[in-house]
Design a protein around this ligand. Structure first.
Ligand code: AMP
Length: 143
């Protein structure tokens, strides 16, 4: 199975500034922002800037850069929400649960006794996303 990268996907549009996002972090190779249908309080996403569809076609350099940002965001969300843990998820191709075809890692703060909500469930209120993004940006700045 080999499917080409399609630059009309939602995250490519966010990277080009054609769609809005609650930006959390950016460096030369990666970008992080809030998930608009969070599975938990503070759920965010980390993507590479270089085009890649998923884990199957990403270059090792781009993947390394993304993982470094995943760790940064994982530490930041735990600090921002005083979380008990963090779940990192990543899906590949429709059979693997992937819905948006630009590589991304989910970073979800976890709290004892609180289950994840359904994948791609309800849209979060913009004001809640904004407030959570502020907390994460503050934790990143204080790191
Ligand atoms: P998946 O491809 O299965 O990893 O899921 C895609 C994820 O992207 C889901 O968690 C969605 O809630 C999230 N999502 C979809 N559209 C947007 C958007 N415009 N901004 C932020 N997150 C999004």
């Amino acid at each position: 199975m080999k499917t080409a990268y399609d630059d009309t996907n939602i995250f490519a549009k966010i990277l080009r500034g054609e769609l809005p996002a609650q930006k959390l972090y950016e460096d030369d190779a990666t970008f992080a922002f809030m998930d608009i249908m969070p599975r938990g309080h503070g759920h965010c996403l980390v993507i590479p800037k270089a085009p890649s569809r998923n884990i199957l076609d990403v270059t090792p350099d781009s993947l390394s850069a993304v993982m470094a940002t995943v760790q940064k965001l994982s530490r930041a969300v735990v600090k921002a929400f005083d979380a008990d843990g963090v779940t990192v998820q990543q899906f590949n191709e429709p059979a693997g649960g992937q819905v948006v075809f630009h590589l991304h890692f989910h970073v979800i703060p976890r709290f004892d006794g609180v289950s994840l909500k359904p994948h791609s469930g309800d849209m979060e209120k913009p004001e809640v996303l904004a407030a959570n993004a502020d907390r994460i940006r503050k934790a990143l700045n204080d790191a």
